[in-house]
Design a protein around this ligand. Structure first.
Ligand SMILES: Nc1nc2c(ncn2[C@@H]2O[C@H](COP(=O)(O)OP(=O)(O)OP(=O)(O)O)[C@@H](O)[C@H]2O)c(=O)[nH]1
Ligand SMILES: [Mg+2]
Length: 350
């Protein structure tokens, strides 16, 4: 009986041992599987790590490459800018040298000063003041372009006289007042220092074809003795060297210039006499001519030069010019017994 029990027990033990062995075997297999899986995961992670490291290395090297490129570019730019600054500095130095050179040249030259002599032109509207002014102060002028004037100022350099270190430029400044502004012209006469006065009257209006006595009367009234005395105030005669009465539009009188002059002087005899009343205070000159034809106009320049310009202000060019113009008429002889006025329209040269 005991043997049976022992046998059974042994059998049970054997069976239990087998089962345990089976169990252990299964357990081992499961563990081996887990181990394999774990190894696979480890390998995967190792590969990923490797990839990530390689990528990071690549990025690092790219970054370091581009930063060194930037450094190179920056260096090049700095070099370029430095060269440019050097070039500019060289130009600047050159310019400074030029300035110094010209300054030194200027220092060597005599200084230029200006002496201005004022000539005032006045008269009633459309008597030909502007035509006349442009004729004697600048003969190359287109008279076709002239319109009514308020005030025009022209300058004409008359001469240049050089002394040791100063060149003096002598200049005529001509104020040409429009006929409608005769009061303003008188005002300037009173307030400014005037060296010459040019009174312009005419023998006919704007488009006159013959002498117009009523217009002449109007101008005689304008310049009656009461008004004339304003032109000869103490202030004016202190600086004014000459007063010229220019009787314009002599071309409206038929005949020779001598006949035209005689007729014009007769028509304006009253004004001429009234002006001569002041001859003791200032030089009075009467001229008869035509701004359109240039008759007697050149006498104005030589007359103003002779009366206004100091003798030490003449230069060679001016002397030549005066010589070719002929000396100004004495005692008011405009054309003398010269040829008849040319039957041609006014010059229109530029
Ligand atoms: N026949 C003739 N006409 C002249 C002469 N001089 C000027 N004129 C004419 O007269 C008109 C007036 O001439 P301007 O020179 O403008 O006269 P102005 O005195 O300056 O005129 P305002 O400035 O308006 O006072 C123009 O039509 C001229 O062509 C001249 O000698 N003979
Ligand atoms: Mg005018």
């Amino acid at each position: 009986m005991w043997e049976i029990v022992i046998f059974i027990l042994l059998a049970l033990l054997a069976a239990g041992g087998g089962a345990a062995a089976v169990f252990m075997g299964m357990r081992t297999a499961a563990l081996q599987l887990k181990l394999k899986e774990a190894e696979q995961v480890r390998e995967l992670m190792a590969r990923q790590l490797e990839n990530a490291t390689a990528q990071a290395r690549q990025q690092l090297s790219a970054a370091s490459q581009s930063s060194s490129q930037l450094v190179v570019q920056a260096n090049q730019q700095v070099q370029h800018l430095t060269q440019e600054a050097q070039a500019r500095e060289a130009v600047l130095v050159e310019r400074e040298q030029e300035v110094d050179y010209y300054r030194a040249e200027l220092e060597k030259r005599p200084k230029v000063t200006r002496k201005t002599y004022k000539v005032l032109t006045l008269g009633m509207k459309a008597t030909g003041k502007t035509s006349l002014t442009l004729k004697w102060s600048n003969p190359l002028v287109d008279l076709g372009a002239i319109q009514g004037t308020k005030i025009e100022r022209y300058e004409r350099t008359v001469s240049q006289v050089a002394s040791k270190d100063v060149t003096t430029e002598h200049v005529f400044e001509i104020g040409d007042w429009g006929g409608e502004h005769i009061v303003d012209a008188q005002q300037e006469l009173i307030t400014e220092e005037i060296h010459g006065l040019l009174m312009v009257v005419d023998l006919g209006g704007k488009d006159a074809k013959t002498v117009q006595p009523e217009r002449i009367q109007e101008q005689l009234r304008e310049f009656q003795p009461q008004s004339l005395k304003y032109f000869f105030s103490a202030k004016t005669v202190a600086s004014c060297k000459t007063v010229v009465l220019f009787i314009n539009k002599a071309d409206l009188v038929p005949g020779t210039p001598a006949e035209a002059e005689a007729a014009a002087r007769k028509l304006y005899a009253k004004l001429i006499d009234d002006l001569k009343e002041h001859e003791d205070k200032v030089d009075i000159r009467i001229l008869v001519g035509s701004a359109s034809y240039g008759h007697s106009t050149h006498h104005l320049f030589s007359h103003f030069v002779e009366k206004i310009l100091p003798k030490n202000a003449y230069d060679n060019q001016l002397l030549q010019r005066l010589k070719s113009d002929g000396s100004p008429p004495r005692g008011g002889g405009g054309g003398g017994g010269g040829p008849k006025l040319p039957p041609v329209p006014p010059a229109r040269s530029h």
